[in-house]
Design a protein around this ligand. Structure first.
Ligand SMILES: [Zn+2]
Length: 79
């Protein structure tokens, strides 16, 4: 039996390991910081965020480029 589409966000939030507090913040602000990953010293740590994106819903990515915009990784992969 197929899952209703409303469950999709929960599945992704589990994959992104969002806590209840993070899910609440996501609901309120639309963006929530998640994990940090180490990068070369001169770049510092890379902060990842979970955020909602049209078409693909809840996704996770890090700010990109000079303007530090959050881009949906699925849309980026498709273009
Ligand atoms: Zn997308």
């Amino acid at each position: 039996m197929a899952h209703p589409k409303e469950n999709l966000g929960d599945e992704v939030s589990q994959r992104l390991k969002l806590s209840l507090a993070q899910r609440l913040q996501l609901k309120v602000t639309g963006t929530v910081p998640t994990e940090r990953r180490n990068r070369p010293v001169w770049r510092g740590e890379l902060q990842f965020y979970a955020f909602k994106y049209p078409v693909h819903g809840l996704v996770g990515n890090h700010p990109q480029g000079y303007r530090e915009v959050l881009v949906c990784p699925e849309c980026k992969a498709a273009s």
